[in-house]
Design a protein around this ligand. Structure first.
Ligand SMILES: Cc1cc2nc3c(=O)[nH]c(=O)nc-3n(C[C@H](O)[C@H](O)[C@H](O)COP(=O)(O)OP(=O)(O)OC[C@H]3O[C@@H](n4cnc5c(N)ncnc54)[C@H](O)[C@@H]3O)c2cc1C
Ligand SMILES: *[C@@H]1O[C@H](CO)[C@@H](O)[C@H](O)[C@H]1NC(C)=O
Ligand SMILES: *[C@@H]1O[C@H](CO)[C@@H](O)[C@H](O)[C@H]1NC(C)=O
Length: 420
């Protein structure tokens, strides 16, 4: 088939690779609006769901060379840093068949891009898509050029224009499909050498490990990135300040103010920040009625279909699952087109993926709520559960239950089949 993918982010590249690895040979074109392929941003955590697939794609060596493998994840009380729960991540490889890694976003993008090129995927840069023929299978670029395909797969990210156009095409009321979660995150870096040199914080970077201080309406997550040169800090807070006019000095002041009633180690870490601070309001995509068109010639995936709060770090894992599941659905169609029409195949993909992704989206936001509980009964229950049971599965455990414990995506057992 001739397949056009829109958006060369981590979802688009993963989809291109998955399809290029299919038994059926496809003609794949990846269109990207930017004039150069590049990923900005900082570190991302990858669960075994994603790394397992990267290993299958033969990217193990490249991935591991650029990654750090955190040994543990520790959940701490925000006020004094006392340990509520520690998860041994080094056991993940045995348990889930692939490691839990932290990698710089740009490195992962580079590795996936190189493989897609090797597999013969064609790239079109400076190709902003502005319109789609959802049932017929065409798209139109900003310069007016129209291109046809058997299937168009849009992975144009959280602010997807394909999403709004698809919803309008399917007759759903004209509304904003993106919603604020009420949370935001300041992101910054501190030099690991400084953290090491201070006896009160040295422990934080003695080995590769994730730490999270859960506090009243805020939390701080840290892990090392960039060849262990920097400690990545994600300071989550209520999205009730508009920082767009703030100077860096004001942002640094706010960082210090937030840390002022927390564990002394947090106060020291915040003092060591030497990078610019960015504030990211956290948005999620509401439940969409559909991700696919009636004819099956159009499919929406990745953040465009299901951006979510980052508290379970599942964004990339779900994009990779989407890619694998969609390639598998399309293979069912191409290998037996008489009994499985294109429309049937992509609808099976949607049926398999939507409920799972919506569950994880809700669990991600719930994890944020649990991390940021104010003092009170709920927090006592949370802390007791954390101390007693270690960690409780996030996604497969009863969603919404009081005891549901936070632990960055750590409860996720990959028992729900990716393939359909
Ligand atoms: C603060 C923060 C922390 C996060 N931490 C983690 C983490 O630890 N682990 C994790 O797994 N996930 C994390 N995520 C989520 C993760 O970043 C996303 O889920 C993932 O990168 C989504 O990839 P995507 O390809 O769907 O979208 P994007 O990466 O946004 O890619 C979309 C691409 O489409 C292009 N595009 C857009 N419109 C058009 C158009 N009209 N025509 C052509 N091209 C177009 C864009 O230029 C872009 O290249 C985090 C997110 C945030 C905000
Ligand atoms: C999406 O749009 C919002 C609001 O306009 C903006 O703040 C945010 O940076 C955009 N995100 C991306 C990834 O482009
Ligand atoms: C934040 O403030 C800027 C500048 O004052 C303004 O342009 C922007 O719309 C505001 N954003 C929100 C979400 O209110």
């Amino acid at each position: 088939m001739r397949i056009i993918i829109v958006g060369a982010g981590l979802a688009g590249l993963s989809t291109a690779i998955s399809l290029a690895n299919s038994p059926t040979k496809h003609d794949i074109l990846l269109l990207e609006s930017a004039s150069a392929l590049a990923e900005i941003g900082a570190g991302i955590q990858l669960t075994p769901v994603a790394t397992r697939e990267f290993l299958r794609w033969g990217l193990g060596d490249a991935l591991l060379a650029a990654s750090a493998l955190p040994k543990s994840w520790t959940l701490r009380r925000g006020s004094d840093g006392s340990v509520l729960n520690r998860v041994d991540l080094s056991a993940f490889k045995e348990e889930y068949g692939a490691p839990y890694v932290v990698i710089h976003r740009a490195d992962l993008h580079r590795i996936l891009h190189a493989r897609a090129v090797e597999l013969g995927v064609e790239f079109g840069l400076q190709s902003k898509v502005v319109d789609y023929g959802f049932e017929e299978g065409w798209l139109q670029l900003e310069n007016g050029q129209r291109t046809e395909a058997d299937v168009v797969i849009a992975c144009d990210g959280i602010n997807s224009s394909a999403r709004s156009l698809l919803m309008r095409h399917l007759g759903h009321s004209d509304q904003e499909w993106l919603e604020a979660t009420g949370w935001a995150a300041y992101r910054a870096m501190a030099p690991v050498n400084d953290v090491k040199a201070d006896s009160s914080t040295a422990e934080i970077v003695r080995e590769h490990a994730g730490n999270c201080w859960a506090d009243d309406q805020k939390s701080l997550m840290t892990y090392m990135v960039q060849g262990s040169r920097n400690l990545n800090l994600v300071f989550s807070h209520r999205d009730n300040v508009n920082t767009s006019d703030w100077t860096q000095a004001e942002l640094h002041e706010e960082f210090k103010r937030m840390a002022s009633d927390m564990d002394p180690r947090v106060r020291r870490l915040v003092d060591m920040v030497d990078s610019p601070i960015n504030n990211w309001p956290v948005f999620q995509v509401k439940t969409l009625p559909n991700w696919v068109s009636n004819s099956g010639r159009f499919v929406l995936i990745g953040d465009a279909a299901h951006a979510m709060a980052f508290y379970l770090s599942m964004g990339v894992s779900l994009a990779v699952e989407d890619a694998t599941a969609l390639a598998s659905a399309l293979e069912q169609h191409t290998s037996d087109a008489d009994s499985i029409t294109l429309s049937t195949a992509v609808k099976k993909f949607e049926e398999a993926r939507k409920p799972r992704v919506e569950l994880i989206r809700d669990a991600s936001l719930h994890a944020g709520t649990m991390l940021h509980l104010p003092p009170g009964r709920d927090r006592v229950v949370r802390d007791e559960a954390a101390l007693k049971d270690g960690f409780i599965p996030m996604v497969e455990g009863g969603l919404g239950s009081r005891e549901l414990l936070v632990g960055p995506n750590l409860g996720y057992k990959a028992t729900i089949e990716v393939v359909i």
